[in-house]
Design a protein around this ligand. Sequence first.
Ligand code: UD1
Length: 355
Amino acid sequence: MMKRVLVSGGAGYIGSHVTVELLQAGYDVVVADNLSNCDLTCFEGVKKITGRNDIPFEKIDCCERDAVDRLFSEFRIDAVIHFAAFKAVGESVAEPLKYYRNNLLSFLNILEAASAHGGCNVLFSSSATVYGETDRLPVTEESPRQPATSPYGNTKQMCEDILRDTVMATAAYGTEVMSGLDKPGPVKGISLRYFNPIGAHPSALIGELPRGVPNNLVPYITQTAIGKRECLSIFGNDYPTQDGTCLRDYIDVVDLAKAHVAAVSRMTDGRMEDGYEIFNIGTGRPVSVLELVNTFEKVNNIKLNYRFAPRRAGDITAIWADPAKAEKKLGWKAQRTVEETLASAWAWEKHLAGK
Ligand code: UD1
């Protein structure tokens, strides 16, 4: 029987790319999304890319326990990938309760329903933000987490811990996940800690759709290039790095999506070595903000209007992944070059502009 994956937040940026890769790998997918931070553009793109018009779409808010329960009663679900969460760092500082309520409650509901219906495999969408500032680079999964610097980051840490504790507690229900049953079962879990996801699908039919002024670097670059923004501010050129700008590990969104397929199959095929596992998902290559900007200009043959501006509060100097564990255990490794990724980000921006 085909395995079925529930993708909460599946109409969003990363969720839509993951849905494509899951379908292409032979999984059935149920997309659940409340469309609070996106419209159906990417879901329509997913249907076009995969040629599938039969993907179930459930417009639900995972903060509603009954709605989540209904999903688990209606579908036999072998794994959940939980993306449904707010993700703006600055907004989370201004409105912490909104972030704690939404990001924690939705995940609690997913976990309770998952366990109540015979158990389930749960993949949590975590972030490199849990590592905070460290000078021991690259970071491995064993690197200590630092106290979170924003409520957003705190929800990532808390959800990781909630998943770990749920796995431990529900192990009492046995080892075999018997999804769809009407009795409690074990939850198995994986947290994927993403570094900086960027880029778009090579078809240019799905990509990032930020609402309002983008916070993140690449959408700001593409919107400046297309003329929606006047000038990119590079936040800080006095960091202790080779060119003075921050270093990050930019991971292509299609590569990232493939890591989810690898993690889901590890869970559903019973290949986990522990009930709860953590993987870094990055390239292992640090790239500076200036290098990224220069590469964008070069591959797309565009002159980008940018200026150096003061440091942004809360930014760390440098972080990049040691992705060795993901390669060894998931058999996953980033494939696309940063050039290909930045070309895809630009193709997507042009697609949005109808060019
Ligand atoms: C942030 C979050 C991270 C989250 C990620 C994706 C923190 C500390 N960071 O990462 O958790 O997963 O977004 O949403 O919680 N930059 C500019 N000009 C701009 C925008 C950014 O110079 O207009 C620079 C930043 O200073 C930084 C780099 O670009 O050095 C990347 O910034 P951004 O894309 O916002 O990601 P992070 O802050 O690394």
